[in-house]
Design a binder for this molecule. Structure first.
Ligand SMILES: Cc1ncc(COP(=O)(O)O)c(C=O)c1O
Length: 380
C-alpha cells in the first residue's frame, strides 16, 4: 500500500538494447551503465534483463554496487568507473571487478593492497582528455602506464576516458578529446606490445559517432530511453519507467479559491481539483509547482499551487471524470497521453538523469514485460 510506485516495462529495455546492438559492430562490447540503482530503475532487475539480452559488461560507480551486482550475475564483467579505495583492492580482485586507476599513487596503492593478500587486480587506466574530472591528465598518461607496468599486484588491461561536451553542431571539444585519446592509446599500445580495451563514448557520443566506439561503449541514459530520439542518431530508444500515485480527494472549488501554501494559484473560475498522494518527499520537484502536468484518465491535468512534501494538487476541470482512487501518472503514458522525465527536467531546469535518480522509492518497483507500444515517444 504505497503512496506512489514505479511500473517498469522490461520489454522496452530489451528493445532498446537490441536497437543499440543492431547499430554497433558485434565486436564492440556494450558496458551497460547501471550505477545509481540503474538510474533509479533497479540495479539487479535491469542488469538481469540486459544479461539475458547478451550484455556482458556493466558499469557502476562504487564497489558496493559492484558487490550487489556480483551476487546476481556471477559471470558478468563489472567495471567500477569511480575510485576504489586501496583497502577494497583485495575484494575487487577476488570478485574479478575491473576498477579504474586514476594516477600512479592510486595504482601503486591498489597493487600493494591486492598483492599483500595474494591477489592480482586487473584495472583500466582513466585518462582525463578534457573532461576535467577523474583520471590522469592525458599528457602524463603514457608515463603513468610506464610507471605502473611492473606493479606486481596490478595489470592495466584497458584505457578509458569520458567526454565533457558532445555537441554535433560544435564538435570541436569532443574531437579534441578523441584526438588526444587516440594519440595516447596508440603510444601506450605500442609500448605494451598488445592491444588494450579502449573506451570513451557514453550515450550522446554513441548516438552520433560510430568512429568513436573503439573496443567498447558505455551507454547509460540512452538505454533508459532518453536522448536517443533524433532521427539523425544511429538508433532510437524509448523510456519505460512509469511513476504513479493516486488521487486521494477530489473537490469542487469556486472562483477565487487560493490553492496550497501561500495561495500561489487562485482559481480563475469554478473547477474541481484533485489532491494526489505524492510530493517533493517522493522526489517530485517543488519547481513543478504551478508548472507541471500529470495524467488522470488519459488527460493532462495541470499542477496548481505549490507542490508540498506529500501532496500535489491538480486541476481536473469542472466536467471531466476523476474520482478518489484513480491512478495519477507523474511519468509515463496513459491512453494516448505521455509525460516523460525529459518534460519534467526542462521545467525544473535540470536533466532527465536527476529526475530519474531523484525518485524516492517507498516500495519495490513493479516489473512487467509487455510488448512495447508503437506510439512514438516524446522523451527528450
Ligand atoms: C564514466 C561514465 N561513463 C558512462 C556514463 C554513462 O553516461 P550516459 O548516461 O550519458 O550514457 C557515465 C554517466 O555519468 C559516466 O560517468
Amino acid at each position: 500500500m504505497s503512496n506512489c510506485w514505479l511500473d517498469i516495462n522490461t520489454a522496452v529495455l530489451r528493445d532498446n538494447i537490441q536497437a543499440l546492438q543492431t547499430a554497433v559492430s558485434p565486436a564492440t562490447q556494450i558496458i551497460f551503465v547501471v550505477k545509481s540503482d540503474a538510474y533509479g530503475h533497479g540495479l539487479v532487475p535491469m542488469a538481469r534483463v540486459a544479461w539475458q539480452a547478451g550484455v556482458r559488461w556493466f558499469g557502476v560507480a562504487h564497489i558496493h554496487e559492484a558487490l550487489a551486482l556480483r551476487a546476481a550475475l556471477p559471470q558478468a564483467d563489472i567495471l567500477i568507473m569511480g575510485v576504489i579505495p586501496a583497502d577494497t583492492a583485495a575484494t575487487a580482485a577476488q570478485e574479478r571487478f575491473t576498477p579504474m586507476v586514476v594516477n600512479v599513487a592510486h595504482g601503486r596503492a591498489l597493487s600493494a593492497a591486492a598483492r599483500a593478500e595474494g591477489h592480482h587486480l586487473s584495472a583500466h587506466l582513466k585518462i582525463d582528455t578534457g573532461m576535467g574530472r577523474l583520471g590522469v591528465g592525458w599528457e602524463e598518461a603514457v608515463e603513468t602506464f610506464r610507471d605502473l607496468a611492473d606493479e606486481p599486484g596490478l595489470a592495466i588491461t584497458g584505457l578509458a576516458s569520458h567526454f565533457s561536451t558532445v555537441e554535433p553542431e560544435q564538435p570541436d571539444t569532443a574531437m579534441r578529446q578523441v584526438d588526444r585519446f587516440r594519440q595516447v592509446c596508440r603510444t601506450i599500445e605500442s609500448l605494451h606490445g598488445k592491444p588494450l580495451m579502449k573506451h570513451i563514448s557514453s550515450s550522446r557520443a554513441i548516438s552520433f559517432y560510430a568512429d568513436w566506439d573503439f573496443d567498447a561503449i558505455r551507454p547509460g541514459i540512452c538505454l533508459y530511453g532518453y536522448g536517443a530520439t533524433d532521427p539523425a542518431m544511429r538508433f532510437r530508444t524509448a523510456p519505460f519507467l512509469e511513476w504513479k500515485c493516486r488521487v486521494m480527494q477530489v473537490k469542487a472549488v469556486p472562483a477565487g479559491y487560493p490553492v496550497g501554501y501561500y495561495g500561489t494559484h487562485v482559481t480563475p473560475a469554478p473547477t474541481r481539483m484533485a489532491i494526489l498522494s505524492a510530493g517533493y518527499a517522493d522526489g517530485y520537484h517543488r519547481a513543478l509547482s504551478n508548472r507541471g502536468h500529470v495524467l488522470i484518465r488519459g488527460r493532462r491535468c495541470r499542477v496548481i499551487g505549490r507542490v508540498s512534501m506529500n501532496w500535489i494538487s491538480v486541476d481536473v476541470g469542472l466536467d471531466e471524470p476523476a474520482e478518489p482512487g484513480d491512478e495519477a501518472v507523474l511519468i509515463g503514458r496513459q491512453g494516448h497521453a505521455e509525460i516523460w522525465a525529459g518534460e519534467l527536467a526542462k521545467l525544473c531546469r535540470t536533466i532527465p538523469y536527476e529526475i530519474l535518480v531523484g525518485i524516492k522509492q517507498s516500495a519495490e518497483p513493479r516489473y512487467h514485460d509487455h510488448p512495447a507500444p508503437t506510439t512514438p515517444s516524446t522523451a527528450a
